[in-house]
Design a protein around this ligand. Structure first.
Ligand code: ADP
Length: 214
């Protein structure tokens, strides 16, 4: 309602408003839009883990495809290329796994460097966990921020440089807490970042893997 009526004011009274008034309305519209984004992001954050646990056997490749469809515009506008290795099936919450891929890949595109984004996703089975990696060729992150960026509202850039609420990675962390996993990163400023996340091995669902008996 706030943005709607401000925009109406702007449209209908344009010829009766002076430059200052038009500018002030512009600030108000912008603020209301950001407030809406912030509320949506906070709601998404607070909802994780509050609903009944819905873990199904899902294909990570499927969750990735949905995430990429949601990011279609960012991918094409930035000429991003996203590739991946073999991705397993896991017992997880489909919406949350999709959100996880979407936030990490969305960031890899948003915090891109001068070259078009190149993003590669891998999954490897370690001893007691499945470790996924999302590697980008973007701006990279200084080591002193590697823990902090997973906190709510923690941002390394100003709103003018890159829009955002600083909740995306906190959502990722909460999704992994919910699944008994972890999230961390390796990065060298100027040389891209690799975000890793793990899921406990017992969530691996290799029912679709060929068995010895065929
Ligand atoms: P937002 O993108 O809304 O700021 P996030 O929680 O998703 O919030 O990210 C927190 C901060 O971490 C970002 O502001 C950015 O500075 C940094 N960041 C996240 N992902 C990347 C990335 N792939 N490359 C470089 N910096 C990143």
């Amino acid at each position: 309602m706030v943005t709607g009526f401000l925009e109406l004011l702007q449209r209908r009274y344009q010829d009766r408003l002076d430059d200052d008034a038009t500018e002030f309305i512009g600030f108000a519209v912008d603020g209301a839009r950001r407030m809406k984004q912030l509320i949506n992001d906070l709601l998404a954050y607070s909802r994780i883990g509050t609903q009944e646990r819905t873990t199904n056997s899902i294909s990570c490749g499927g969750a990735l495809s949905v995430a990429l469809r949601n990011l279609e515009m960012a991918v094409s506008e930035n000429g991003a290329q996203v590739t991946h290795g073999h991705l397993p099936r896991v017992a997880a919450d489909t919406t949350q796994l999709t959100q996880l891929f979407q936030n990490l890949i969305g960031n890899a595109i948003k915090y891109r460097g001068p070259d078009p984004p190149r993003i590669h996703i891998e999954a490897v089975a370690a001893d007691d966990e499945l470790v996924f990696s999302v590697k980008d060729n973007g701006l990279g992150i200084e080591p002193q921020y590697h823990d902090r960026i997973f906190n709510v509202f923690e941002r390394l850039h100003t709103r003018d440089e890159y829009p955002g609420t600083g909740i995306g990675l906190a959502i990722c962390k909460k999704i992994l807490d919910y699944h008994g996993g972890r999230i961390w990163l390796e990065s060298e400023p100027g040389n891209g970042s690799t975000f890793f996340f793990s899921l406990p091995a017992y969530l691996a669902d290799d029912a679709d893997q060929p068995t010895a008996s065929g």
